[in-house]
Design a protein. Structure first.
Lengths: 311, 189
């Protein structure tokens, strides 16, 4: 009696059914994942762009707190606001976790300034994109980075919707991502404000629980409707950020991307990323199986010593 | 040094005698103003600022900086509902309501009454700068940092002015060569 064998047709049928089932399962679980509201007691910073005077004290404080390299020019130098030969302003790099940028919105009597640093997203894209989990979102609100596990792939630099992480290319032996960490180890852990906030003379930066900051921000907008536009940048952008912004002009005029979705970057790539492990684990086995099945006769012929054809 | 001791003791004497002289008959005016006040919240970076209080009190209404506490009326209509008809308060010093470290939870919830309104009281340094600098900009008065503040040695080091170029601990590589040069033309402000 013949042993019941799995025919090619059966195998194909089975694998097709499995794929469909996996796809449905994946879809269901992605629908179940609701956008997180973030850690309830997480801290944040409210940046009031109408208050910033571009004094760069925050940069100096950051430089000292994080033991960053000595800048070429001192922190009172305002010529650094000038765009370079490519028309670009400074950005965060391996030597500075934060930079103040200057903007000249049309109709504004004086230049406006915005401090650029990591916004510490509730659901960070850098964290999502990192396949070795070098990033952590702490309950206090910081997005921190572990250089020990980082392999230097720099995917986080591509993933970040605010183009914040920078790479220390200059160091051949200790290359790593350089990025604002909310002064996590030295301050935030103890619920103390980051160095830049403490240094800001204008209190353009207000430190507190994110929920409190939203209340404060709404009160400012309500009290001074002529001073602020009615929007808190970072409340919903890319799933919400720990750093929130108030402005008197449209946010795109001070360099903030207003085209960002309300959902975290994760939501855009989740479906795709769910397939990746399936593809990586199932496909090799599946296609190897197809290959073996297809070449079974040949293989048997080769290995069977009593076969008719011998070379 | 002697001067500051004299002025401080004069101020103390003034504030001690002030309630007796004014005897709580309503509002303060420029004649009640102390002469010079030393502002030293940033004294680790900058030499204390000698604020000519008397001269400023002749330029603007007391309520411009003191809100309702001097009993001279309240400009802000939202504050008027509670503070419109108030007499002068027991204390009018900035530091009695504006905390030096505003991020502390105790300071964030108001030291003075209704938390529904007083949830956003700036810290002392913030209160000074938001009042002083905005007004200085409005009146075209000196408004660069060092117009009011003389840098201390520590302050100069903090701002990397003449900071020794020795490598900062933990960093081995030299500063990036991509930083812009000072020689670029400055945009007119």
């Amino acid at each position: 009696m013949m042993k019941p064998q799995i025919s090619r047709r059966h195998l194909l049928k089975g694998s097709l059914a499995t794929s469909i089932f996996a796809t449905l399962l994946g879809r269901r679980s992605s629908q179940a994942a609701q956008p997180l509201a973030g850690y309830p007691e997480s801290m944040g910073v409210l940046v009031d762009l109408t208050r910033c005077i571009g004094c760069r004290t925050c940069e100096a404080a950051c430089n000292r707190e994080q033991h960053l390299p000595q800048p070429e020019n001192d922190f009172t130098d305002r010529s650094i606001f000038e765009p370079d030969e490519h028309g670009l302003q400074r950005r965060t790099d391996a030597t500075c976790y934060t930079v103040v940028k200057q903007y000249h919105p049309p109709g504004s009597a004086h230049p406006l300034y915005r401090k650029v640093q990591c916004n510490h997203c509730n659901e960070p894209a850098c964290l999502t994109s990192c396949f070795v989990q070098a990033y952590t979102k702490t309950p206090e609100g910081a997005v921190i980075y572990d250089p020990e596990v980082c392999v230097g792939c720099r995917t986080c630099m591509v993933a970040c919707p605010f183009s914040i992480p920078a790479f220390r290319y200059a160091s051949a032996w200790q290359p790593r991502i350089m990025k604002c960490v909310f002064c996590y180890d030295t301050r935030l852990k103890k619920r103390l404000p980051p160095a830049c906030v403490e240094a800001c003379p204008q209190e353009a930066l207000t430190f507190g629980r994110r929920t409190d900051l939203l209340t404060i921000a709404r009160q400012r907008v309500r009290r001074h409707p002529q001073r602020y536009i009615d929007h808190i940048y970072g409340e919903h952008e890319v799933g919400g950020t720990a750093w929130l912004y108030l402005s008197g002009v449209d946010f795109h005029q001070v360099g903030l991307d207003t085209s960002l979705p309300r959902e975290p970057i994760l939501a855009q790539v989740k479906d795709f990323l769910a397939i990746v492990p399936m593809v990586l684990t199932i496909w090799p086995a599946l296609f190897a199986g197809f290959h073996l099945l297809a070449n079974r006769k040949e293989h048997r012929a080769k290995t069977d010593p009593s076969g008719p054809e011998k070379e | 040094m002697d001067k500051s001791i004299v002025s401080t003791s004069l101020m103390a004497l003034f504030w001690f005698l002030c309630p007796l002289a004014v005897s709580k008959v309503g509002a303060m005016d420029a004649s009640d103003a102390s002469e010079v006040i030393e502002l030293a919240t940033l004294s680790h970076l900058y030499a204390p600022v000698r604020f000519d209080h008397l001269a400023h009190s002749e330029l603007v209404d007391c309520s411009r900086c003191h809100h309702h506490s001097t009993g001279t009326g309240q400009e802000d209509s939202r504050c008027q509902r509670c503070h419109g008809q108030e007499e002068e308060a027991d204390t009018v010093a900035c530091g009695d309501c504006h905390a030096p470290a505003p991020w502390q939870d105790t300071a964030r919830s108001s030291p003075i009454g209704n938390p529904r309104y007083h949830i956003d009281i700036p810290g002392l340094t913030g209160a000074y700068h938001l009042s002083c600098l905005n007004c200085h900009l409005e009146f075209d008065a000196p408004s660069d940092c060092q117009d009011c503040h003389a840098l201390t040695e520590e302050g100069a080091s903090f701002l990397a002015i003449d900071r020794p170029t020795a490598a900062v601990p933990g960093q081995t590589e030299p500063p990036q060569a991509t930083r812009r040069r000072k020689s670029q033309p400055e945009r007119p402000q």
